[in-house]
Design a protein around this ligand. Structure first.
Ligand code: FAD
Length: 296
């Protein structure tokens, strides 16, 4: 049996209290959400926290709400399963439910939270690409009070965020999707039935107008040290009418601008091939959904 090293344990009931405890421990304490990643890393002795601060008693971190302007708020402690099954998410920002539905296996999704998924800052995060194409904003609470930043500004490197000691993500805010917008998230793992991390994940979002893309965003995971946008591929889509050939060109450019590594799961060159296939398919799916005339 693997025994964890001794650590202090806190269950604060307010954000202020949680942030104060984390700040006092100067980087030696970690927020605990679902624990599906944190406890595994502790058991492997990859990290040895002096303290864990369980966020579960802080009520405002929970829940999914529609905003008056068509936007949506998801509390950081909301589970991946709740996102997968939420009517609000399916109605207003369904690509998030699509991403949640392919994250790990069902028992993991029942525990894992969106805050933990982003807080882990894994290059292979399944939620990050969709948050990026939806231009999510991350609300935080820390020693210097409340803050907010764009999702693209959260990731600093593999397993590392720009959050300061004591800064807790509280919620994710999603602007309303424009009319004639479609989005898709596609992932390839080692097992066809899901349950494992992405060899590559790609999200694409398209807003159409007169046969051309008015807006496009493509974001990828498992293609470098952090999840990232494919800006050059986006420029290809914006350069003219949307055709199958243009989508294939964009997919090729996405593979060129990515810098995946070779690891025990697959080679960098194989990952580049997957990026091409998934980017093309995600753009196709987003295009079809956008032509449906609804934000799907
Ligand atoms: C078998 C297995 C399969 C997995 N498959 C996948 C997969 O397919 N796709 C995928 O993306 N991930 C996968 N993961 C990784 C992980 O479980 C998920 O990323 C999960 O979403 C983490 O959420 P959690 O709530 O359990 O986080 P925790 O383990 O509680 O925390 C993770 C990190 O985030 C920090 N944190 C948590 N909440 C906050 C907050 N509100 N503010 C600031 N920091 C915070 C913690 O301090 C910790 O550093 C897998 C893990 C396992 C063990």
């Amino acid at each position: 049996m693997i025994r964890l090293k001794a650590f202090s344990y806190f269950e604060p009931a307010s954000l202020k209290e949680a942030s104060e405890i984390l700040t006092q421990h100067k980087g030696e304490a970690y927020p605990l959400a679902g624990g599906t990643d944190l406890l595994v890393r502790m058991k492997r002795e990859a990290i040895r926290p002096a303290a864990l601060v369980n966020l579960k008693r802080i009520r405002e971190l929970n829940g999914i709400q529609s905003e008056k302007d068509g936007g949506m708020r998801i509390g950081a402690l909301t589970t991946i399963a709740d996102i997968e099954n939420s009517t609000v998410v399916h109605t207003s920002h369904p690509v998030l439910a699509q991403a949640a539905g392919v994250l790990g296996a069902q028992p993991l999704r029942n525990l894992a939270t969106i805050g933990g998924n982003i807080g882990r800052a894994s290059p292979a995060s399944d939620m990050a690409p969709s948050l990026m194409v939806l231009q999510a904003r991350v609300a935080t609470e820390g020693a210097s009070g409340p803050g907010e930043r764009e999702i693209d500004k959260v990731f600093a490197g593999p397993g590392s965020t720009t959050l300061s000691d004591g800064e807790i993500m509280t919620a994710f805010y999603f602007p309303a999707m424009a009319p004639a917008t479609g989005a898709a998230y596609l992932k390839m793992g080692r097992r066809s039935g899901g349950g494992d991390c992405a060899l590559v994940g790609v999200a694409a979002l398209l807003t159409l107008g007169s046969g051309e893309a008015r807006a496009v965003r493509i974001a990828m995971s498992s293609v470098g040290p952090t999840p990232r946008r494919a800006n050059k591929a986006e420029a290809v889509i914006l350069s003219g009418t949307i055709t199958e050939e243009r989508m294939r060109d964009a997919a090729r450019v996405a593979a060129e601008e990515a810098a995946p590594i070779t690891d025990m799961r697959c080679s960098a060159s194989y990952r580049k091939e997957i990026i091409k296939v998934l980017t093309f398919r995600a753009l196709q799916e987003a295009n079809q959904k956008a032509q449906g005339g609804q934000a799907t």
